[in-house]
Design a protein around this ligand. Structure first.
Ligand code: SF4
Ligand code: SF4
Ligand code: FES
Length: 909
């Protein structure tokens, strides 16, 4: 710690920080633009000037940019000094000379850092009365608007996009007073993290184009803390509503998980909530009219449940609470996971590795600190995008730890650090079956079949610890690579192994676990991070349940005749013929979901479930972190959370346990009492009884407007606001005005800070943890009771007239719910099959020509896309695209007989 004097008052601050960071951490209002806690300082905008004095005898002092000045013990500073104030006012005056002052029509207005800073510095009136410089704006794709006239040349956008996120197609052009921030020509921004520009840019140059479709000022949104439902990482979000529709998703800072950023799927994939395909009324298809009211539907469902032999099929995209109530309703023996059998086994294995292995799993924040990384079988940008962004920061660790600390440069001195480090990177090894967006950062890439990736992994583990089994028959270069990876991991302080379920191969996971545990056996502070398929895959695995296959068998062999399906389209989980015959054999099908799909079409009774924005619930992310998401606005019509439907169904059916539950808190309490795996989950967030100074926490800001007029077309008297019995949040602006517990922050706001920069005020220190600790409770810790796996796989051998079809994932296209958003759909690829370029030549196929093949009886006829890296004898099929029928991959595809395919006898991969 260091003691510094700001305007003659002593403060204790962390030594080594920059002065701006220290001032902001102390809660002082120092204006700034170009500094960003995740990206450090470059001293570009000159907005953060303060006076620094040599010692207590110095009365004159000098102006310094506070973001560029390191805190020293005994330092004397003045923020209030008149010269510093005037300087800051002049700076903003210059920055505003070309700004169009179009706040009234700017989407950023009201949540704009530039507006806040003009007010903070006293630049209240327009001073420049000459012609302004203007630019032509660009088309940047479906996510972002571009309005360059508003730019204040702070450089944050290019520093974020290029330096932080590794994008290549956004830059700064021209010079002097004509800087242009954009692409070299109009076109879709290529980065999967482009949406963060809307929050990084301190003014309205880059704004959310999806919000523009149904624009609402930030202060008019009703917002609630939420958790992204589009992959297993559980990034924290804020979801905003107006007039009963979801308007936008913005980042919710969590110092351990997503920090300041989100991926574009998480930010823009929300339109399923507003979709025309929403199920809004309960249906009982045996009656006319089919649409009915809530009580008749529940009565019909309860009598079907009482009369039938019932099984339940849960879902990895439904909350823990909904899955738990379904499991309780149908009984443990009759509860099945609604995922493919392969996925069921792989997620189960991932959970066992995290629980029984010796290696802890890191948070995303900790991933950024890893100084050597080995990725096995995962294309992270497409399966867990924010993890790829964290790995991009991790490759900087080694040079930061070595060169930068040796040169005695503080890490926040971003320009100096990047100048010193240049393209130097720490060790990153990537073993995948086709090219990924992290390849350009990798020390070495290894493109091979899942079996070969697993073999390489086992060999690396053996190199680290001789207790791990050796691998026979490796090629010379593979042996060398295994040695190189092992050496790099052993030389690191915080080596990290990343793998997951997406390669569809359990040996890949086991090899990853062997390496991590071998590193622990050598007393390294290693970490293992495993991605799983969906937002609550880990929660479902922890809850326990049978395979989908046994659910199908239970109905087909007459053990059961009635099924309750929770938020799940079974046609995305098993082959069409199998699911068809399952539904045919069911006497009654009860489905709860929020969107129409092929499964809901088969439902005899259909209950409209609330999507995430209309529900409360808990998700368990890939690291075993339980996180609560809150309902943003009360549900219309008969829509309600699945757990509420199922509780009411249980109560009507006089289920012993369920009929005693009266709301969300009771269900969570029952989970804690019944299931030891979830002990501690009660600490995720306070119960619904929680109050601060006797008040609830408002979902709307005190600036919320039009409250009475919003409903004036219905009634000029304002109705009583709806109540929320399940949480301490109110739906209106009434309530406690101070900061709530970190798990319940509905928006970031502080006096004078209307933009997202208000986050500073909620953190223990700027860029660090939230006050009171970051949201979420970790439920899994490694017991160290597992043993090394000895199941080294055989080499992959191509088969004549076959291709081993591997699953390929796409950030935009593979995930079910985000594909209801038009901008996401626009960026999803057309269906294709990826083929090794040499194999395509042997098959006499060129790009775009159709390849006919069959997998498990399902025929496919898809255009070929050649890839130089996908191993010969394999091919890749995009997963999850609506027009590509389900296949449980990897699997052998039989080629159409007319194709002359001969395996290469000597090839093994
Ligand atoms: S576009 Fe925005 S972030 Fe980029 S330099 Fe201009 S004001 Fe700064
Ligand atoms: S990385 Fe995953 S959880 Fe995070 S925002 Fe993207 S889709 Fe959502
Ligand atoms: S924030 Fe210090 S110069 Fe820009």
């Amino acid at each position: 710690m260091a003691t510094i004097y700001i305007d003659n008052k002593p403060y204790d601050v962390a030594a080594g920080k920059n002065l701006l960071e220290a001032c902001l951490t102390l809660g002082l209002d120092v204006p700034y633009f170009c500094y960003h806690p995740a990206m450090g300082s470059i001293g570009a905008c000159r907005q953060c000037a303060v006076k620094v004095y040599r010692d207590e005898n110095d009365t004159k002092g000098k102006l310094f940019m506070s973001c560029m000045e390191q805190v020293r013990d005994g330092m004397r500073v003045s923020v209030a000094d008149m010269e510093a104030k005037e300087f800051r006012a002049h700076v903003i005056g210059w920055l505003m000379t070309n700004h169009p002052h179009d706040c009234a029509v700017c989407d950023e207005g009201g949540s704009c850092h530039l507006q806040d800073m003009t007010v903070m510095t006293g630049h209240n009136y327009r001073q420049y009365s000459f012609e302004k410089r203007t630019y032509r704006n660009q088309y940047l794709g479906p996510f972002l608007n571009h309005e360059m006239n508003r730019c204040i040349q702070c450089y944050r956008c290019v520093r974020y996009y290029k330096d932080y996120a590794g994008g290549k197609d956004l830059d700064v052009f021209a010079a002097h007073n004509h800087l242009y921030f954009g692409r070299h020509e109009d076109g879709v921004l290529e980065s999967e993290f482009s949406g963060n520009l809307a929050e990084v840019c301190p003014t309205g140059v880059f704004t959310d184009k999806t919000l523009k479709q149904h624009y609402t000022r930030k202060w008019d949104l009703t917002t609630a803390p939420s958790v992204c439902h589009h992959c297993s990482l559980g990034c924290n979000t804020i979801a905003g509503e107006r007039y009963g529709t979801l308007r936008n998703i913005t980042n919710r800072y969590n110092g351990e998980v997503n920090g300041y950023f989100l991926c574009d799927r998480g930010r823009f994939g929300y339109e399923h909530v507003n979709s025309l395909s929403r199920i809004r009324k309960p249906l009982v298809r045996s009656q006319l009219p089919e649409a009915t009211d809530k009580y008749l539907a529940l009565k019909a469902a309860a009598s079907a449940v009482s009369a039938g032999r019932v099984i339940g099929i849960g879902s990895p995209r439904a909350s823990l609470e909904s899955n738990y109530v379904l499991k309780t309703l149908v009984g443990e023996d009759n509860f099945h996971h609604g995922v493919s059998d392969m996925e069921h086994d792989l997620v189960d294995l991932a959970l066992r590795i995290l629980k029984e292995g010796a290696t802890p799993t890191p948070s995303l924040r900790e991933v950024e600190k890893a100084d050597a990384v080995f990725i096995l079988g995962e294309d992270l940008t497409n399966t867990a995008p924010m993890l790829a962004l964290a790995v991009r920061q991790a490759v900087r660790q080694k040079p930061l730890l070595e060169q930068v600390s040796e040169a005695n440069i503080p890490v926040w001195q971003d320009a100096a650090v990047r100048e010193l480090v240049q393209t130097e990177r720490g060790p990153l090894f990537s073993a995948t079956f086709t090219e990924t967006k992290l390849d350009d950062l990798a020390t070495k890439t290894y493109f091979a079949s899942p079996e070969a990736i697993a073999r390489l992994g086992y060999a690396v583990a053996h190199n680290i610890c001789l207790d791990c089994p050796p691998v026979e028959g490796l090629k010379k270069e593979e042996k060398k690579l295994a040695g190189q990876i092992a050496d790099a991991l052993l030389a690191a302080k915080n080596p990290l192994i990343i793998s997951g379920t997406h390669s569809g191969n359990e040996r890949v996971l086991k090899a990853a676990a062997n390496i991590a545990d071998a590193l622990c056996a050598r007393e390294k502070a290693a970490g293992i991070l495993l991605t799983v398929p969906e937002c609550n895959s880990m929660g479902l695995a922890m809850l326990g349940g049978h395979k989908l296959e046994s659910a199908l068998e239970a109905v087909l062999n007459g053990y059961a005749d009635t099924v309750i399906i929770l938020e799940n389209d079974l046609y995305r989980r098993a082959g069409e013929a199998t699911v068809d015959s399952f539904f045919k054999a069911c006497k009654q099908v009860i489905v709860l979901d929020h969107l129409h799909n092929r499964t809901t079409e088969t439902a005899g009774i259909l209950l409209p479930a609330g999507p995430f924005a209309e529900s409360d619930g808990t998700l368990i992310n890939n690291e075993g972190r339980a996180q609560r998401f809150y309902q943003v606005y009360p549900t219309a019509e008969d829509i309600q959370e699945s757990w509420r439907w199922l509780s009411e169904l249980g109560t009507i059916a006089a289920h012993d346990e369920i009929s005693h539950w009266h709301g969300y808190d009771d269900i969570l309490r029952a989970i804690v009492i019944e299931l030891p795996a979830f002990r501690g989950i009660e600490a995720v967030t306070p119960t619904s009884e929680f109050r601060i100074a006797g008040q609830k926490i408002p979902r709307a800001s005190h600036r919320f407007s039009g409250r009475t007029s919003m409903l004036a077309n219905i009634n000029v008297s304002e109705p009583k606001p709806p109540e929320d019995p399940d949480s301490p949040l109110s739906y209106t602006m009434e309530g406690y005005r101070g900061q709530p517990p970190s798990s319940m922050i509905p928006f970031f706001w502080a006096p004078g800070w209307n933009s997202v920069q208000a986050t500073n005020k909620y953190q223990q220190e700027v860029g660090g943890h939230l006050k009171g600790g970051d949201p979420g409770v970790r439920l899994i810790s490694p017991a160290g009771t597992g043993e090394f796996s000895t199941a080294v796989p055989q080499n992959f051998l191509p088969l004549e007239d076959h291709l081993f079809m591997l699953p390929l994932y796409h950030t935009f296209g593979s995930e079910e719910l985000s594909m209801y958003s038009l901008p996401i759909m626009e960026l999803a690829p057309e269906p294709y099959v990826a083929l090794n370029a040499a194999d395509a030549m042997r098959l006499k196929l060129e790009d775009g020509q159709p390849l006919h093949f069959t997998i498990a009886g399902q025929t496919y006829d898809l255009p070929v896309k050649t890839s130089p890296n996908i191993p010969s004898g394999t091919a890749g099929l995009p997963i999850g695209l609506p027009s590509v029928p389900f296949a449980e991959l990897p699997a052998w595809a039989i080629l159409n007989r007319n194709l002359k395919w001969k395996k290469q006898p000597q090839t093994t991969f």
